[in-house]
Ligand binder design. Structure first.
Ligand code: HEC
Ligand code: HEC
Ligand code: HEC
Length: 225
């Protein structure tokens, strides 16, 4: 293993801290005149972090790069970029996220994403393997399809950092997903979000007819009493 110098880490940390403190004081002096929220704008977030579901979202979506709060409007290059709404025209639609069904767009040949940054001839390593995760709650079971994932992503995007590649070796639940872990590392940020309209995309396998909710441990007879 490569040795890391402890002093380097501490020094790097201090530099970051100092830079942060400087930025904070600068911001404080610059913005002190504008601390009062603008009427009608209270609790709103910039488009840069609308994935935070706890905050109110801007009404306008997919703004052109110079207006999206992510790109630098003063940079000439920003104005050369194609606005998303122009790029999305004619693609299959969904009811959530950026309203594009990216899986269908790829399947129907609207897109031909380049798999390798440097070499345009590299083909994706597609694996067609569905993993069914039986859910203890009465919602339909979750099917994780490898195919539509591996058409966009290399295995190493998920294995082993996010998921151990073994069925049921990972503990997954909705709280973790909504907090941006497990499936939520991508869903809600770069792929379709968790909304009341998208549950069915993941919870797609109906429960068997004879399904019964598992017994709660509290209802099992306690042998010690
Ligand atoms: C988007 C994330 C993601 C990508 C990309 C991905 N996997 Fe997986 N993989 C999963 C999940 C989730 C599971 C299920 C884990 C569980 O049930 O705990 C899984 C399970 C597996 C398993 C275990 C199967 C079993 O029956 O036990 C293997 C093997 C595997 N993946 C291989 C691959 C390979 C090879 C690739 C690339 C071609 C790949 N995975 C790409 C998320 C991913
Ligand atoms: C990105 C995929 C995805 C979406 C979208 C999604 N879920 Fe889940 N959900 C999961 C996974 C994965 C699990 C864990 C399954 C397991 O137990 O292995 C889960 C588990 C659950 C559970 C069981 C309790 C728990 O927290 O684990 C409930 C209830 C649930 N989901 C409801 C919903 C509802 C309601 C929606 C829509 C608002 C939704 N889910 C949307 C993937 C998703
Ligand atoms: C590394 C990023 C990443 C992770 C982690 C991830 N996904 Fe995805 N997922 C994607 C991308 C990218 C797509 C394709 C684009 C889209 O539909 O938004 C996708 C598509 C899907 C689809 C296909 C929907 C369709 O229209 O057919 C399902 C279902 C899905 N994901 C479920 C899951 C579940 C369940 C998990 C967790 C077990 C998970 N994903 C984890 C990135 C990810």
């Amino acid at each position: 293993m490569k040795k890391i110098n402890f002093a380097t880490i501490v020094a790097a940390g201090l530099v970051c801290f100092a830079a942060g403190a400087l930025a904070a004081t600068e911001g404080a002096t610059k913005d002190s005149m504008q601390l009062k929220p603008v009427k009608g704008e209270e609790g709103k977030v910039s488009a840069a972090n609308t994935f935070n579901r706890l905050l109110k979202k801007d009404k306008a979506r997919n703004l052109p790069p110079p207006e999206d709060g992510i790109h630098d409007a003063d940079n000439e290059g920003t104005h050369v970029l194609q606005p998303p709404l122009v790029a999305f025209e004619g693609l299959p639609k969904t009811d959530f996220g950026n309203y594009v069904d990216w899986v269908q767009s790829l399947q129907k040949g609207f897109l031909n994403p380049r798999y390798d940054r440097v070499d345009p001839t590299v083909e994706p390593l597609v694996m067609d393997l569905d993993i069914v995760r039986e859910v203890k709650a009465s919602v339909p079971d979750v099917v994780f399809p490898h195919k539509p994932h591996t058409q966009w992503l290399h295995c190493s995007n998920c294995h082993p950092a996010i998921f151990i590649p073994q069925k049921n070796a990972n503990q997954i639940n909705m709280s973790a997903i909504l907090l941006g872990q497990k499936c939520g590392v991508c869903h809600g940020k770069v792929s379709f979000p968790i909304t009341t309209l998208s549950c069915k995309k993941c919870h797609s396998k109906p429960k068997p007819d004879d399904w019964k909710p598992p017994l709660s441990s509290a209802s099992v007879k306690n042998p010690w009493r």
